[in-house]
Design a protein around this ligand. Structure first.
Ligand code: C2O
Ligand code: CU
Ligand code: CU
Length: 522
């Protein structure tokens, strides 16, 4: 737990104490869990060993930084399926083709209970990384699933209740990239020109250790649980001052917001518009242009960027533009949280430097993927959407007035396998004194479509400062819901029955209980 150094023993104990209070560690006593029981005979095409381990890595001049990271190796199948980015403290990139049957042996070698969630992937509930399956230090868990998702950028991270924020912050983050035949036929930039960029904000102590203020007692803990942790430096793929050396050719950039709470409003500093080709659930039907893209925690955006018109040696800056993050007269918009600049502050994100080789241009196909037309009338409850209301219980955010319960599902949290529903995320809490804030709402077990958004007239300033950067055209698993905003989404529960989660992906909110189970009933 060296990464929690500066915060001191008191807060560390406070964090664990809070966790124990919420009864979050039943899984800690299990040492071996296997999803194999549920699936019977399963013959994997690819078998991976994935460890969560403590490590140290030089990031800044002086002392190395203590991190927790995933390390993986292929034990059966194509060895190229796993790669580690050199010099990055982040976990591996796993690349598979749709249809691959995967078995992953997770081994927990860190000092807290943990469990791995495959964010965005459609997997059986026993393989989804629910906190009830957390295994203690030294514990193992076997995940088995067939990759049924479309080609796209998915990712994985810990999901133990009450400790997701601190473990992701410590470095436990990896990518799971899926390709399929439809995507491969497009001839999009590949190899060196297919680049994943995980964006995270971090704060450091003077001796280069990660500084995290989680949900603890006292004023700082309380503020952190309300706003989420905000760091003061931007890391890309786990490293500061990220520079991408590029050829003057088109690139595919996969942007992942792996931050605990920070939202980015990403743009080229010189004002060049962005060409978006994909979102959380894979490629769009056709490319769309945006002046900037809004990327909330856990969301992914894929860009097609043509560097062929750039000069040799030219440098380009990707930045996060300022925006208004709160509404109401409350405390949410002000001040320094977790030592870092407030939500909505401007940041440089990364640099691209053009190489000297001759420029080569290529065409981006006008049609990318087949995506079914949006038919909200297919839902049985179009006129009566299931409301998911952001509420505040004391000084904690909650959902429909409830906090997370490990096994608890309310009557209104049960859906039927094989049905299509509209859910409406409603973020109208705290419009007064407390001030309202953004919540990126994520649902496990599905990819959904966004039907529409509406915004409270009192919250227009915040909404207008990010809404041109929404990319709502394709498949999504997370929707940013700004202060005063309501978002209707269409989802079909068609894959696996079982207990899944929906929650705010502001990880401090999630850890404090802004998360619920829902049951997909066969
Ligand atoms: Cu990436 Cu339950 O979340
Ligand atoms: Cu998820
Ligand atoms: Cu939230």
């Amino acid at each position: 737990m060296t990464f929690l150094k500066q915060i001191g023993r008191r807060r560390f104990i406070g964090m664990l104490g809070g966790t124990a209070l919420m009864g979050a560690v039943p899984g800690a006593v299990q040492s071996v869990q296997s999803a194999a029981i549920a699936t019977g005979a399963f013959t994997p095409d690819l078998e991976i060993e994935l460890r969560a381990v403590p490590d140290q890595i030089p990031l800044y001049r002086g002392a190395p930084t203590h991190v927790w990271r995933y390390r993986a190796k292929v034990i059966k199948g194509d060895a190229r399926a796993v790669s580690h980015q050199p010099g990055s403290p982040l976990g591996p990139v796993i690349r598979v083709h749709r249809g691959t049957r995967v078995r992953i042996h997770f081994i927990n070698e860190v000092s807290q209970p943990s469990v791995v969630h495959w964010h965005g992937l459609l997997v059986p509930d026993a393989a989804d990384g629910h906190p009830r399956f957390a295994v203690g230090p030294g514990g193992r868990y076997v995940y088995e699933f067939e990759v049924i998702n479309r080609a796209g950028t998915y990712w994985f991270h810990p999901h133990p209740h009450g400790m997701t924020g601190s473990q992701v912050y410590a470095g436990l983050t990896g990518l799971f990239i899926v390709s399929d035949d439809e995507e491969q036929a497009l001839g999009l930039p590949a190899g060196e020109r297919d680049v994943s960029l995980v964006i995270q904000d971090r704060s450091f102590t003077r001796d280069n250790q990660l500084q995290y203020i989680g949900n603890g007692p006292g004023m700082m803990g309380m503020m952190s649980s309300m706003t989420g942790f905000l760091g003061d430096r931007i890391h890309v793929n786990g490293r500061p001052d990220y520079m991408l050396a590029a050829e003057r050719r088109p690139y595919r950039l996969r942007l992942v917001n792996g931050s605990n709470s920070r939202i980015y409003k990403l743009a080229w500093y010189d004002g060049t518009p962005l060409t978006v080709i994909g979102t959380d659930g894979g490629l769009l039907a056709a490319p769309v242009n945006r002046p900037y893209v809004t990327l909330a925690p856990s969301e992914r955006i894929e860009l097609w960027v043509d560097f062929s018109s750039r000069a040799a040696g030219e440098e380009l800056n990707l930045v996060s533009l300022p925006f208004v993050a709160s509404s109401g007269g409350g405390m949410m918009g002000r001040g320094m949280m977790g030592g870092g600049p407030a939500q909505g502050s401007a940041f440089p994100v990364l640099k691209v430097r053009m190489g000297q080789r001759a420029a080569v241009s290529e065409k981006l196909p006008g049609k990318l993927a087949s995506i079914p037309a949006l038919h909200p009338e297919q839902a049985h409850n179009l006129n009566n959407p299931r409301p998911i209301r952001v509420t505040a219980s004391g000084m904690r955010w909650s959902l429909n007035g409830r906090l997370f319960e490990m096994e608890g599902v309310a009557n209104d949290e049960v859906v039927r396998l094989g049905t299509t529903e509209v859910w409406e995320f409603i973020n109208e809490a705290g419009m007064g004194m407390m001030g309202s804030m953004p919540h990126p709402m994520h649902v496990h077990g599905v990819q959904f479509r966004i039907i529409d958004r509406r915004v409270h007239p009192g919250a227009m300033a915040a909404w207008r400062s990010v809404s041109e950067g929404y990319v709502d055209e394709g498949w999504k698993d997370t929707a940013l819901v700004m202060p005063g905003e309501r978002v209707r989404v269409l989802m079909r529960f068609e894959h696996y029955p079982g207990l899944f989660l929906y929650h705010c992906h502001n990880l401090e909110h999630e850890d404090m209980g802004m998360m619920r189970n829902y049951l997909i009933k066969a």
